[in-house]
Design a protein. Structure first.
Length: 256
């Protein structure tokens, strides 16, 4: 018999409006808190939307409300950590809904700390980038996943030194020991849309995507990126990934 600590449910939802994604996430979080299901990773994609985390500043949205409204771009204030983030087509969004009191590698004490959880998310995404030949890293005090700089796509500071660019943003929320929200990995994202905001409030570094950073032979499609992310979540969290066909199947109680 497979036990809860041995697996992560995986549900791939495709492109979902942000409000619908939040509603799905809320149902899964409630089921996880109730112990009806095990840890779950939702992978999806959103139409263009700007989200403001708990630490966000409205000043970091550069585009006017009229400009965004004319393009159908929604704004949502949410309870995750972090500042302003953009989601859109070609960006892999992941909502890991995990109970931090569970069995995790290198857990110290009765639960996995939120900072340690974020470091594990970063590790899974760094490995995902590596699967496409893109070397990525952490930057102290700048949560997320970044290039090393020095490529033809990197910006430079006033001294001509190449700056890192952000590949993935991370912002999570923890309630009653259960996580929600998660990460956004730029796969084939139109990076011009990031001109609407100051991503995460960081002004001295830009953003990039797997499509720009990878070699042509790597072919980082959304499907391949999703599969790589799921595989690397399993490796980093020491779990088997078990796919669900639908939300109904997941919520029917697949915990054994």
């Amino acid at each position: 018999m497979v036990t809860e600590r041995m697996y992560i449910h995986l549900l791939q939802l495709g492109r979902v409006p942000y409000a619908e994604g939040l509603a799905i996430q809320a149902r899964v979080v409630a089921a996880r808190k109730a112990g009806a299901i095990g840890d779950t990773l939702l992978l999806l994609e959103h139409p263009p939307v700007i989200t403001l985390g708990r630490n966000s500043s409205r000043a970091n949205i550069v585009a006017s409300d009229e400009f965004l409204g004319a393009r159908g771009v929604e704004l949502h204030e949410i309870n995750r950590g972090g500042d302003v983030t953009y989601h859109g087509p070609g960006q892999l969004v992941g909502y890991p809904i995990f109970d931090l009191r569970g069995d995790f590698p290198n857990k110290r004490g009765p639960h996995l700390g939120p900072v340690d959880f974020v470091r594990m998310l970063e590790e899974a995404l760094i490995r995902t980038c590596a699967d496409f030949g893109v070397m990525a890293k952490r930057i102290p005090k700048c949560t997320g996943v970044w290039t090393f700089g020095g490529t033809e796509f990197a910006d430079a500071d006033v001294h001509g030194r190449a700056l890192e660019k952000k590949l993935a943003a991370i912002g999570v929320h923890v309630s009653q020991g259960v996580t929600s929200h998660g990460f956004a990995l730029n796969v084939t994202t139109d990076l011009r849309d990031f001109d609407w905001i100051i991503p995460c409030g960081i002004t001295d570094r830009g953003v990039t995507s797997l499509e720009l950073e990878a070699s042509d032979s790597a072919d980082p499609t959304m499907e391949r990126a999703a599969n790589a992310a799921a595989r690397n979540f399993g490796r980093v969290f020491g779990r088997q990934i078990v796919a669900c066909e639908s939300l109904d199947e997941l919520l029917a109680g697949t915990k054994t």
